[in-house]
Design a protein around this ligand. Sequence first.
Ligand code: NCD
Ligand code: ZN
Length: 349
Amino acid sequence: MNQLTITKPDDWHLHLRDGAMLAGVLPHTSAHFSRAIIMPNLVPPVVTTAQAEVYRQRIMASLPKGHDFTPLMTLYLTEATDAGDVEAGFRDGLVKAVKLYPAGATTNSHAGVRDIDKVTPVLERMAEIGLPLCVHGEVTNPEIDIFDREAVFIETVLDPLRRRIPGLRVVMEHVTTRNGVDYVRAQERDMAATITVHHLMINRNAILAGGIRPHYYCLPVAKREEHRLALRAAATSGDQRFFLGTDSAPHTDPLKESACGCAGIFTAPNAVSCLAHVFEEEDALDRLEAFASLNGPAFYRLPPNEGRITLKRQDAPVAFPDKIDTGEGSVTVFDPMVPLHWSVTPDIS
Ligand code: NCD
Ligand code: ZN
């Protein structure tokens, strides 16, 4: 197969940041994606419906002319979140999910949740109204090895939470382990997971073998090869519970190339091309549309996009920039370490 036209994709987990960085990175997403779930981990975080609305307006003001893109807004869950405000934002159609960051788990998560019992009333309200909870699924206990933090989160936080609040609709964000995939597969309802492009392409050797490579460092950190293979199997299976969330997370180069570098990989420019590469390798191009464009809207109870994109396989590798310039500084683009042959064109109709 050398050409494929599919429903325009959505990105169910995206960091756009704010200000000059937002203006620099947004066009790379809005060129290929119709909608994205916008992560709320700004400084300060997007906690209230009013903050989400002004952030949405700043995103729309940064959108290049001619790009058709809808940001799907989320609220950052804190121990002080007001269930009434969450419900009002949902009823308004503005708030599409609430994000749980265990405090200290990742970039700008210190305002997150320390004691999950404190947010039970908000989670119960979300279960009642059907508003999804997106979870960063890692424990933060310093005694737990960083490579085990997802598996321990599932056992000690996620599963007990789902039992305590039946009907709560949960997305396990950026799942990185076989344990995560198996857990999601075992749930009959109200459970889904996003998978990033980079976790389908790299294992932990990319970060650590032959030198330390900060541009491959993200959270949850890439795991062993067996986990990457489990993620590939899940993504290409067509199973409705798995869909694309790139977790494209820009940081400027000095913040990455540092003695204590930030977590996050910027994949927006080549995400769809990488995905086509993975699905071709797995002989599953016929299931790419389900993963990138259909399963996500089904979980979020939204219609699939009307627009389409065409993927074309070309002999010469497609050129992507190594870095993009933003008003805040340069940001390195994910290097998949293999040539990419799939180009992406939005259909003009
Ligand atoms: C994200 C970021 O930079 O905001 N970083 C990352 O490594 N994925 C936060 C997150 O999603 O964990
Ligand atoms: Zn993220």
